[in-house]
Design a protein around this ligand. Structure first.
Ligand code: FAD
Length: 104
C-alpha cells in the first residue's frame, strides 16, 4: 500500500524549504525512493559559513547512524570523522551534582 502510494507520487516535483539536517535527510530519502526532481531552498548563501569565531564538533549518535547506514554513507563519513563508540553526556548542576549518561 505504502509503495503503491509512493509510486503514484514519485513523478511529482518536490520543494523542500531549509537545507538543514531535516531538509537534506528528506531530500536524500525521497531520492532513494525514486523521486527525481527535488529542489532544496536554503537561505544561507553557503554551507561553510557558521559562526567562524567558534569551534564546533557535530556528533552523529546511534539513531543518526542508523540513518547514515540506510543512506550507505557511514563509511564515507568515518573517513573524515573521529569515531566515538562510547560517548557520555555529563550534566553538572549548579549545586555541584553531576550526572553522566551514555549517548544512545
Ligand atoms: C551549537 C549546536 C551544536 C549541536 N550539536 C549537535 C550534534 O553534535 N549532534 C546533533 O545531532 N545535533 C546537534 N545539534 C542540534 C542540531 O543542529 C539540530 O537538531 C538540527 O540542526 C535540526 O535540524 P533541522 O533541519 O530541523 O533545522 P536547522 O538545522 O535549523 O535547519 C533549518 C534550515 O532552514 C534554513 N531556513 C530557515 N528558514 C528558511 C527560509 N525561509 N527559506 C530557506 N531556508 C530557510 C536555515 O537557514 C537552516 O539551514 C546542535 C545544535 C547546536 C545549536
Amino acid at each position: 500500500m505504502v509503495n503503491q502510494t509512493i509510486s503514484n507520487y514519485s513523478h511529482q516535483d518536490v520543494l523542500i524549504v531549509g537545507g538543514g539536517p531535516a531538509g537534506l535527510a528528506t531530500a536524500l530519502m525521497l531520492a532513494k525512493r525514486g523521486w527525481k526532481n527535488i529542489t532544496v531552498l536554503e537561505k544561507r548563501p553557503t554551507a561553510d559559513y557558521y559562526e567562524p569565531d567558534k569551534a564546533f564538533n557535530y556528533s552523529i549518535d546511534g539513531r543518526g547512524q542508523k540513518f547514515t547506514d540506510f543512506l550507505q554513507i557511514t563509511d564515507k563519513l568515518s573517513e573524515i570523522a573521529v569515531p566515538s563508540t562510547e560517548f557520555y553526556l555529563t550534566l553538572i548542576k549548579a549545586d555541584g551534582r553531576c550526572y553522566s549518561l551514555l549517548s544512545p
